[in-house]
Design a protein around this ligand. Structure first.
Ligand code: HSE
Length: 430
């Protein structure tokens, strides 16, 4: 058997510790699959004394992960610290500059700096591997870059954030409000103490920007992702979605349109019989439509120690076997600069909820605003009479442009009889 593949692990949080544990417990199997043993030779974390449930005996300890990336004599540095700036970025940059392969689970880092780091890695013939950064344990990076390499994928949509999917699933199953479910998720450790990256769609957008680059062979462009989160989803919308035959999901969508590439993260209604509608709880799911293969779907755990460590070690196995692919599928200096389609160019169906004071003529006013914006109504629901006199009017539209929809929402919001900002949720039927 060849010489061992030597690994340094920067960050011994949940994922780092699980990666060390996995390499140890699966050692024999991994050695066969890698053609050589995989050995954790160095680690770095903040607190040496903490019990992580793993043995660090015989492993070199570094207080400074950047010094470890520079000085230790290893083949691969695993960056499992997180964050797009600071130490994580320095660890990856230093490792590559020192001629070491990098494996990372850091979506924010790849989304923000993947273009530069990928360029350094591709030029030096090193791996910058990030399977764990997108959808945790689902091998979607490998699938898009290698398994589907014979296809042009023209559209990809995914549930890329388990926290949001858990909250939306629990809201539907219990009928409870967003705030209550979020608080409960935080108490159980399913949501971060500061949940904004998850619930405001930023985490999903980081992952989508990476998938867009792999799908369309373009440079990562996080700045042009349209991002909306799930804070405004009301339990009333979840109920009406079910009544209309839909389920609400936070989707990341990368699509080639006539106007260019559109990248968007927002809540969406998907038909109940669409495969992605059945991806529930903390699970992630991705649907990619290839021109030769047709529709493919991937589902699995998008976060957590085991799934993330599984993806980290899969990248290590590729490096051990010297299986090389450019970081984003084509060499960094051949990636296109994407022609970006504006959100205003989205063509599609819409759900609109308007809370109105229940008076004669209200419905006609709303219909008039839609008519003036050249939007055709597909269905309308108004029933019941509330004690406070405010009732929901629910509309769905035929296909229209986002720009028209935004005009209509402004007109509707300005009507005297409208009690709250109208809520709109896009409907995705493909
Ligand atoms: N916080 C993410 C999620 C996992 O809830 O899916 C890490 O990106």
């Amino acid at each position: 058997m060849s010489a061992p593949l030597r690994i340094a692990v920067a960050g011994l949080g949940v994922v780092g510790a699980e990666t060390v544990r996995l390499i140890s417990t699966q050692g024999e199997m991994l050695a066969r699959r890698c053609g050589r043993p995989v050995v954790v030779q160095a680690v770095s974390a903040r607190d040496k004394t903490r019990d992580r449930g793993i043995s660090l005996q015989g492993i070199e300890w570094f207080d400074d992960p950047v010094a470890m990336a520079r000085n230790t004599d290893v083949d691969v540095v695993c960056e499992l610290i997180g964050g797009s700036e600071g130490i994580a970025r320095d660890v990856c940059g230093t490792a590559l500059d020192s001629g070491k392969h990098v494996v990372t689970a850091n979506k924010a880092l790849i989304a923000m700096h993947g273009a530069n780091l990928g360029q350094v890695a591709d030029t030096a013939g090193l791996a910058l591997a990030y399977e764990a950064a997108v959808a945790g344990g689902i091998p979607i990076v490998k699938a898009l870059r290698e398994g589907l390499a014979a296809n042009q994928v023209n559209r990809l949509q995914g549930i890329l954030n388990g926290t949001c999917n858990y909250i939306l699933t629990a809201m539907r199953e219990t009928g409870r409000d967003f705030g209550e479910i979020l608080a409960e998720a935080q108490a159980h450790g399913y949501a971060e103490a500061d949940p904004s990256f998850d619930i405001d769609g930023v985490d999903a957008a980081h992952k989508l920007a990476i998938l867009t680059s792999l799908t369309f062979g373009c440079e990562i462009d996080f700045g042009t992702v349209h991002i909306e989160g799930i804070r405004h989803i009301d339990s009333i919308d979840i109920r009406f979605a079910s009544e209309l035959g839909y389920r609400i999901k936070l989707l990341g969508i990368a699509e080639m349109t006539d106007a260019g590439i559109q990248q968007r993260v927002h809540p969406a209604m998907v038909p109940l019989d669409a495969p992605i509608a059945s991806v529930e709880g903390v699970f992630n799911g991705i649907v990619a439509d290839g021109d030769f293969v047709g529709t493919t779907m991937f589902e699995g755990r998008g976060a957590g120690a085991g799934p993330t460590a599984s993806a980290v070690v899969a990248d290590i196995v590729d490096i051990a076997r010297d299986r090389k692919t450019p970081t984003f599928g084509v060499p960094a200096d051949e990636l296109n600069v994407a022609r970006v389609a504006a959100m205003a160019d989205r063509d599609g169906l819409y759900y609109v909820r308007v809370m109105v004071r229940d008076k004669p003529g209200v419905f006609a006013d709303i219909a008039g605003a839609l008519r003036d914006s050249q939007i055709s109504i597909e269905s309308a629901i108004q029933r019941g009479r509330a004690e406070d006199g405010v009732v929901p009017v629910i509309l769905t539209t035929h296909e229209t442009k986002e720009a028209r929809m935004q005009d209509a929402l402004r007109l509707i919001g300005a009507l005297d009889s409208v009690a709250e900002t109208p809520r709109m949720i896009r409907i995705e039927t493909v």
